[in-house]
Design a protein around this ligand. Structure first.
Ligand SMILES: [Ca+2]
Ligand SMILES: [Ca+2]
Length: 292
């Protein structure tokens, strides 16, 4: 299996030698975004039919809790393009497949059983929905779910091989049921933007339940406490001194607070900046931003 953003190759390709009949292949907890399969490509399978822009899978592949967004197939010399998001596979479960494009079957093409998925345009199968997943900021390739996302708790528990964690290591099951997609919602802090001095910008985001107050803190010590300090009823605190708290107010109805910091001054770099927040009465896990 490989993952590549290159124009002429598929995002993720999953096959196994035919002699390995018992070999079970899974694609779990993956973000597959922005890939393009093309019939002008070097893969013979794509010479005349372009398929599987995001994931091309053979008939033994099980796909659980993935987010497949914004991929495409296109035809230059051939006659057909299909499965802009996913082509093939055996089973697709708890997966978001949206905003992909192809001439035929833009999201999913093939004979896979599809259930508890969020597919643009809808798809036949138990538990499937067709709703805006309410990603935090897909334009910045931030596919975290917001608190208001319809993917919350809409996945199924009853799938063999359900991953124990999500793409970033959060426990997969919160509130009793898994979410749809690669992300399982947790309150958390993370950073997008261009983390480079002196011309970058750090967009520090705290995601949580609207109305909850946020106390955010960052540390200028690049390491974190081992073991962390346990604060009963609140969580584990990891920041080493000196750390600096900021009151960010309350989380708005969008479920996200963003604190944008221009990195215009010549900071020491590279530098690792651990950060955490108390959201409501709960500590997030620690997030470490790497500023280049
Ligand atoms: Ca959940
Ligand atoms: Ca998560």
């Amino acid at each position: 299996m490989h993952s590549t953003p290159f124009k002429y190759l598929k995002g993720v390709e999953c096959t196994a030698p035919s002699s390995e009949q018992a070999f079970q292949i899974s694609v779990n907890n993956r973000y597959v975004s922005g890939n393009r399969a093309s019939s002008e490509g070097i893969n013979s399978k794509a010479r005349y039919v372009s398929e599987g822009g995001g994931i091309w899978a053979d008939s033994r592949v099980t796909m659980i809790n993935n987010t497949v967004y914004g991929n495409s197939t296109r035809v230059i010399y051939g006659t057909e393009s299909r499965g802009g998001g996913i082509h093939g596979g055996k089973t697709i479960v708890n997966t978001i497949v949206r905003n992909n494009s192809a001439r035929t079957a833009p999201e999913i093409h093939g004979n896979a059983g599809v259930s508890y998925c969020n597919v643009k345009g809808g798809f036949q199968g138990i538990g499937n929905i067709d709703r805006d997943p309410e990603f935090e900021d897909p334009g910045a390739e931030d596919f975290h779910l917001r608190y208001t996302s319809p993917c919350w708790n809409r996945g199924t528990l009853t799938v063999s091989g359900l991953p124990q964690t999500d793409f970033e290591g959060d426990p997969r099951i919160t509130d009793g049921k898994p979410d749809i997609g690669a992300d399982e919602f947790h309150i958390h802090v993370h950073v997008t933007g261009t983390l480079e001095t002196p011309q970058g910008q750090a967009d520090i985001k705290v995601i949580g339940v609207p109305g909850n107050p946020v106390l955010y803190a960052l540390s200028l010590t690049p390491t974190v406490l081992h073991p962390p300090v346990s604060i009963p009823g609140v969580g584990l605190f990891y920041l080493e001194p000196p750390f600096f708290p900021f009151d960010l107010g309350t989380i708005p109805s969008s479920g996200v607070i963003t604190l944008s910091i221009p990195l215009t001054t010549k900071l020491p770099h590279p530098i690792r900046v651990p950060m955490q927040a108390v959201v409501g009465t709960t500590l997030t896990t620690v997030y470490i931003a790497d500023v280049k």
